[in-house]
Every structure is written in C-alpha cells, then in structure tokens.
Ligand binder design. Sequence first.
Ligand SMILES: NC(=O)c1ccc[n+]([C@@H]2O[C@H](COP(=O)([O-])OP(=O)(O)OC[C@H]3O[C@@H](n4cnc5c(N)ncnc54)[C@H](O)[C@@H]3O)[C@@H](O)[C@H]2O)c1
Length: 277
Amino acid sequence: MDMFNLRGQTAVISGAARGLGLAFAEALASAGCDVAVVDILQEPSAALYELQSRFNIKVKYYRLDITVRDDVIRTITTIIQDFGTINININAAGVVTDEPFLTTSDQNLRRTFGVNVTGSFLVAQACANAMVDRYKSHHGEEPARGATTGSIIFIASIATYIASTAQQISCYTASKAAIKGLVKPVAMELSRYGIRVNSLSPGYTMTDMMKGLQDEQPKLVKQFEKETLFGRIGLPEELKGAILWLSSPKASGWYTGQDLLLDGGATSWKHPAVLDE
Ligand SMILES: NC(=O)c1ccc[n+]([C@@H]2O[C@H](COP(=O)([O-])OP(=O)(O)OC[C@H]3O[C@@H](n4cnc5c(N)ncnc54)[C@H](O)[C@@H]3O)[C@@H](O)[C@H]2O)c1
C-alpha cells in the first residue's frame, strides 16, 4: 500500500542480527526500505541477507557494541557514506538478566543500563544528528511544518506497565522505563526538524531472549501464556505491522512522543496467575 511504501529510505536498526530486531528489518524491507543493521554478534542470521534478494533492497551488517560512543559515531558515519541518508532508526538491541532486587549485582546494573539505555541513547543521538544535518541542508533553521524528516523508535517493554510473578527483573524494568522517559523530551526537541520519536512496548514474545530466560526457568512461558487474553505469547511477526506503521511518515505522521503497547491484552485484566497452578 502506498501509505507504507518506504522505497528509497534507509533504516538503521540495532539488535537486528536476530529476534525482534530481525523481524523489524523484515517488516521494513517488505516495504522497500534499505536496512543497515548494527549488532554485537559476529554474524547475523542468514535471514537478514536474504532480505536483499527477496525485496530488492540494500542490506548491510555492521558489527558494533552500541555502548561505546566513538564506535557508534564511526559506524553511523560509515552507514551514511554507504547509504547516503538515514530516515528511520529503530533501537531494538537489549539485554535482560533475571536477578532479585535484593541481590542485583553491579555487573547487571552496568550491563543492562549500558546496553538498554546508554547504547540506545548513543545510536539514536548519532542517527538524529544525521537527520538534523540533512534537514538543515534543505531547510536551514526554518522549523518543520510536517513530520517527514525521520522516525526514531525505542523499544521499551510491557515490564514497565505490570510486574510479573514469573520474573525478577527490576534492573531491566528500570532501564526500559528510562528509555520510555526519553521519548517525550526528545520528541519535543526534534519536532522542529520534522523528526518523530516514539517507543514500542512489546508484550511477552518468543525470541532468543525469551528462549534464554526459559532455559533458566522452564515454567516461564507457561506463566506468560496465562497472563495474556489469548492464552499464548506473541510471535515476532505480530509486531511487524506496528513497527511499519511507526516508521511510515504517511501512515503515522501525526504520532509522536508516545509509547505503543502491544501485549495480547496482558495488561488489560486482573489475572490470578501464579507459577505453581
Ligand atoms: N522478547 C520479548 O518478550 C520482549 C518483550 C519486551 C521487550 N523486548 C525488547 O525487545 C528488544 C529485542 O529483544 P529480543 O527478544 O529480540 O532479544 P534478543 O536477545 O533475541 O535480541 C537482542 C539483540 O541485541 C543485541 N545486543 C545485545 N547487546 C548489544 C550491544 N552491546 N551492542 C549491539 N547489540 C547488542 C544482541 O546481540 C541481539 O542480537 C530488546 O530491547 C528487549 O528488551 C523483548
């Protein structure tokens, strides 16, 4: 549909070597968007490169630890050279460790806030600067009247809406609340350049991150299934429509400064969920 046509645009997606980030890359690729992926893994899933021929788009992978500012700036500069422009930035890289609040370690605090907050901040900041430079080269200091320069999307979490008895993730939840906290002030600061800033909060979704948690705690997925209204957890595919909508200026040009919660109804009712039932 024309409203969702992103041909000729470039998206920088962090954490898209696998998981939700990869599903987001597929969603944008299916709309004709070129995709630059940054992730710490040595190699991305083969499915990432397949997008190139499936959708006749450009795909490049950049190995990057998003917590290191100089490396982020260097990589985003290379992406601009390789692709010419950045229109969309999705910040899906993230980590989670299940650890009780009472004994949460410094290592967990440093790593979780380092990746989820500082890393997302640095990538978004570098992408936003590229978008602003492009805006200024066309419009000078004249404030934007329409939102067409770019879309920045942070990935927060259902965890900031409701605590689950199945997990002890206060450190992770605080990091996601911090990311959600960025959305309104940054949306305000960047609106004059026609850049929209939002977050997407996924509910429980089956990815490698979820599989890792499940290995440590086999009842986890059963518990999450009970917590949604459909009795099942989500699939990465089920977030594609939302990310495409948030990315497309013609479809969501009036939407900025918000968090979009997509959770299979898990936060819509008072459930009597207990692990040992
Ligand atoms: N799966 C869920 O149920 C769920 C629910 C709510 C929110 N989320 C959020 O969605 C996002 C994606 O989660 P996922 O389930 O796909 O996880 P995942 O573990 O499958 O993917 C996360 C990706 O981030 C990358 N990454 C980690 N540290 C990095 C670093 N320092 N630099 C660059 N890349 C790094 C990993 O290599 C990985 O490819 C995360 O922010 C997560 O917190 C997931």
